[in-house]
Every structure is written in structure tokens, then in C-alpha cells.
Design a protein around this ligand. Structure first.
Ligand code: B12
Length: 275
């Protein structure tokens, strides 16, 4: 028996609880037993194991589930949307309720990204390059999971996607537009305090006389009406929509105004936000 184990065996848990006036409320409730989490978690396998892996921040379980799904020939996009993202939605629900804390979010975020990397191996990079795009997370914002998905989908669809990373100063975005002349710029913001960067990017681009066909703005806290309150922009709903938006700019010369009007047709599905 180790020193720590020996000490633990001598501890009287009841005494500790009384000593610190802790009321014992019975056994801890498992995250997957929470009613909101139960509504979010998928019922069928391997999506259920993948989502539960993310929920527990268990990288190994998440990866095993993803590999199993890929071996069963499930599409990597389905694995991301029906497994990994559901796990993250459940994590968000528990964080909002105050049951999860920042370290939980970090473990879950890392597990999700490992799963995404595994899917990326299958999606791969197309060898021919259609055009260049630029992606960034707004200045002051550390949330980069959505942006990483956007970049992955663009690369898998043949775009040379320049990834500027997270917490990117507006000036760096403008410099990248000047240097790479992208056909599409994507911005992601998850906080109400950082989404205000988008109109600033547009303002700076206009000041410098730089034209981009469109700036796709997405992220958890961003809303369509906010994005449509400034020019050059289009509200992006799902990361996998990005290559379809880019294709319509490249092939059909769609403008940002047309992207707003024809979003659902362009991405090829009913999008409630655009109904
Ligand atoms: C994971 C997480 C973290 C992780 C991030 C890890 C990482 N590497 O990204 C960590 C632990 C770092 C973190 C930190 C913080 N977080 Co946090 N975090 C979250 C959480 C739970 C999930 C976010 C996420 O990754 N979602 C999944 C991804 C895939 O979603 P997404 O990025 O939105 O992308 C989707 C779409 O938006 C779309 N999309 C995105 N961009 C684009 C672009 C285009 C063109 C298109 C088409 C689509 C598209 O594609 C994706 C879907 O397919 C959210 C909760 C929530 N409800 O969102 C809180 C949340 C975003 N965090 C929040 C906060 C407050 C913080 C902290 C400030 C907390 C603190 N007290 O310190 C810190 C940040 C500190 C700092 N400034 O450095 C708040 C923001 C509140 C607000 N309204 O401003 C939230 C909403 C939680 C809450 N309910 O309070 N967080």
C-alpha cells in the first residue's frame, strides 16, 4: 500500500463531512443523467459513445468511437455533426447550468479536436487548389473549435485555406487580405464582446479600398440580424456550409447580397435561420 493509500484508508469520510459542515446529498449525479444532456445525446452507436467521450473529456474513448465509426464507413461529416458536436452541445448545457467549469470545457474541447483530426485524415486535402480563403477567430476570443472545422472543410474541398488562428488582431486580418487576395474570408466569434470585431474588419477593409466578395461571420454568440447590420458580410450557420458558400462565389460569382438572399439554396438544405 502506498503512503497516500494508507493515509486515505485511515480517513473517516463522515467525520470530514461533519467537520466542514458539508451536507451529504447522496451519490453524485452522472453528467449523462441530466435531463438536458439526455435530450442532446444521440441514442444510436457509435455517435452515443463519441458524444459521451467528449462529454467526459475522455480523449481515448472519443477517438475509439470515431475510429469505430470510420471503420464502419460512416461519413466523417456525420461523425462530426452527430457525435462530436452533440457532445460539445451537452458540455455547453452543463456549463450554462453551472455544473461544468472551465477545466471541463478544456478537456472536452481537446477531446473533440482529436476526434476532428481523425476525421480530417479521411477527408484529407484535395491536391488541386481552387482558390485561397482566409479564416480567423476575432481578437480577444480564444474559442477556435468552430474555426478549425471551417478550415478543415475548406481544405477538404480543395481550398488553400489560410488559417490565421485565434485571438487575431484586426490589423493582421487586413494584412492577410492584402497579401492573399482571398475569395472568401471567414470570421468566428463566440463572445458577445468579440463579435463586434466583424464590422471593424469591414470598416478597415473599406478604408484601405480592399474588396472581398464576402466576409462569412459565424460562432455561437453571433446572430443573423447583427451580421446583416453591416455590409460585405453573410451570417454562417454550420462550418460545413463554408465550402458551398465559397464555391458559389468562385463559380457563380455570387455577391454577399446574393449569399444572404439565397443561403439555403446555395448550401442545399433548409436552414431555419434563413427561413
Ligand atoms: C469550449 C468552450 C470554451 C473553451 C474553448 C476551447 C477552444 N479551443 O475553443 C475554453 C475553456 C478555452 C473557454 C474559455 C472561455 N469561455 Co467559453 N465556451 C466554450 C463552449 C462550452 C463551447 C464552444 C464551442 O467550441 N462550441 C462548438 C463549436 C463547434 O461551435 P462554434 O465555434 O460556434 O462553431 C459552430 C458554428 O458557429 C459555425 N461557425 C463558426 N464560425 C463559422 C464561420 C462560417 C463562415 C460559417 C459558415 C460557420 C461558422 O460552425 C460550427 C458548427 O458547425 C461555449 C458554450 C456555447 N454555448 O457555445 C462557451 C462560451 C462561448 N464561453 C464563454 C465564456 C464567457 C468563456 C470565458 C470568458 C470564461 C471565463 N470566465 O474565463 C473564457 C474565455 C477567456 C478568454 N478571454 O481567454 C461564453 C460566452 C458568453 C458570451 N455570450 O459572450 C459561452 C457562450 C458559455 C456561456 N454560456 O457563458 N470556453
Amino acid at each position: 500500500m502506498s503512503y497516500v493509500e494508507e493515509l486515505e484508508s485511515q480517513l473517516d469520510q463522515n467525520f470530514i463531512a461533519i467537520r466542514y459542515n458539508v451536507e451529504m446529498e447522496g451519490p453524485a449525479i452522472k453528467p449523462e443523467s441530466d435531463p438536458d444532456v439526455q435530450n442532446i445525446l444521440p441514442k444510436e452507436e457509435p455517435y452515443k459513445s463519441i458524444a459521451t467521450g467528449v462529454l467526459y473529456g475522455d480523449m481515448e474513448a472519443t477517438l475509439n468511437g470515431v475510429k469505430e465509426g470510420l471503420e464502419e464507413d460512416l461519413s466523417p461529416i456525420d461523425i462530426i455533426n452527430n457525435g462530436l458536436m452533440k457532445g460539445m452541445d451537452a458540455v455547453s448545457a452543463l456549463y450554462t447550468k453551472g455544473f461544468y467549469f472551465l477545466p471541463d470545457l478544456m478537456l472536452s474541447g481537446d477531446s473533440m479536436m482529436e476526434g476532428v483530426k481523425e476525421c480530417e485524415k479521411v477527408l484529407g486535402h484535395k491536391s488541386e487548389t481552387k482558390a485561397t480563403t482566409v479564416s480567423f477567430v476575432a481578437e480577444g476570443d480564444p474559442h477556435d473549435i468552430g474555426k478549425n472545422l471551417v478550415v478543415m472543410f475548406l481544405r477538404a474541398n480543395g481550398y488553400d485555406a489560410i488559417d490565421l488562428g485565434r485571438d487575431v488582431p484586426t490589423e493582421e486580418v487586413i494584412n492577410a487580405v492584402e497579401e492573399y487576395k482571398p475569395i472568401f474570408v471567414t470570421g468566428t466569434a463566440l463572445m458577445t464582446t468579440t463579435m463586434t470585431v466583424f464590422p471593424k474588419v469591414v470598416e478597415e477593409l473599406e478604408k484601405k479600398g480592399l474588396k472581398v466578395p464576402a466576409l462569412g461571420c459565424g460562432g455561437g454568440s453571433v446572430r443573423k440580424d447583427f451580421v446583416e447590420s453591416f455590409p460585405m458580410s453573410v451570417y454562417g450557420v454550420e462550418a460545413y456550409h463554408t465550402p458551398k458558400l465559397a464555391d458559389s462565389i468562385l463559380k457563380d460569382k455570387k455577391t454577399w447580397k446574393e449569399l444572404r438572399k439565397e443561403y439555403s439554396e446555395i448550401v442545399g438544405e433548409f436552414v431555419p435561420e434563413y427561413a
